[in-house]
Design a protein around this ligand. Sequence first.
Ligand SMILES: *Cc1c(COP(=O)(O)O)cnc(C)c1O
Length: 389
Amino acid sequence: MYKEMDKEYVLHTYGRNYVDFRYGKNATLYDNNGKEYIDFTSGIGVVSVGHGNETLSKAICEQANNIIHISNLYLIRPQAELAKKLIELSGYDMRMFFANSGAEANEGAIKIARKYGEVEGEPKRYKIITLKNSFHGRTITSLKATGQEKMHNFFGPYPDGFVYAEDLNDVKRLCDDKTVAVMIELVQGEGGVEPQDKKELYSLVDFLKTKDILLIVDEVQTGIYRTGELFASNLYEIEPDIITVAKGLGGGVPIGGVLTKLKDIFSPGDHGSTFGGNYLSTVAGLSVLNILENHKNKGLLDENMVYFSDRLNQFAKNHDDIVLKSVGLGFMRGLRLNSSEILTKIVDKAFENGVLLLKAGRNTLRFLPPLTITKDEIDKGFERLEKCF
Ligand SMILES: *Cc1c(COP(=O)(O)O)cnc(C)c1O
């Protein structure tokens, strides 16, 4: 009945699986028939503290009973607290703006870069270089920032000024006197779980400094401990000019943000968002950060990432007839398979066997488990996956 309702009234933008999940506990989900699934997707990197997290749900409920939203025209105490907490944990000297999604966070980053190019002397600079295999969102501008040509069908004309590089080394070739920023993911998510090479990155960072070109790191997927540190930028030990976040920050409550060293780039009126940073989402963000900081400090995050990695690598070895290699960092992992047809079959078969998995790029089986997944859940997931191969 709901399936027919959905098909009738909701636009068909997703190839939806009509499973009806009713109950979740950490990395485990149950459907309407009581069937159990291990969730290696965390709602595409969103449910960072797992399903049914009591600390998070208590924080959200208490706030919802009080004030959910008052607008950015007034002080929002948890917004200030969340910005302080996130920036202090990052170790960077920045300020931030709150939005509601990854695409919006990236729009904010692009606006910061464009304003910098406008006010920092002649000639006016506006070009932003991104990578061909990148993903930055679905709004018209963030879609144009996304380097995958196949995604630029139908929706033009697009804003000017986006240029696509093959890889980090190729960026240097494309920089000219109109270039104001370079935007990258440190581990490409949708593009195929591809971490950047450290040496290439450091060489690019040095190059951009000499040219006064801004570095924007899209941490919408890599941020909030996904790779083991608060930001992948922390893990790579670089200091970007602009960082964007979203997915894992609210534990499922929509929230996004852009952080920047350019603390005074915006004046009142330059940018805004009705919902961005409201009481509900920032209380959720604070709770998520507290839970994950604790998990990290206890050593559990690193321990379980290593445990997961060992199982994944062993799995890749056991199935080297299908798996080319294991890829990724932390809890952002993948198995590169020898064909795209097999990828779809395995995702379907895994679902039948009670494991939720994602696809990335052309032939990558993607794993984005909740950061609080237990060893027991990891074991169960891999045992079930074994049956599909
Ligand atoms: C998911 C994602 C986005 C888009 O986020 P939305 O919340 O869907 O707008 C942008 N950049 C990266 C790297 C992502 O993984």
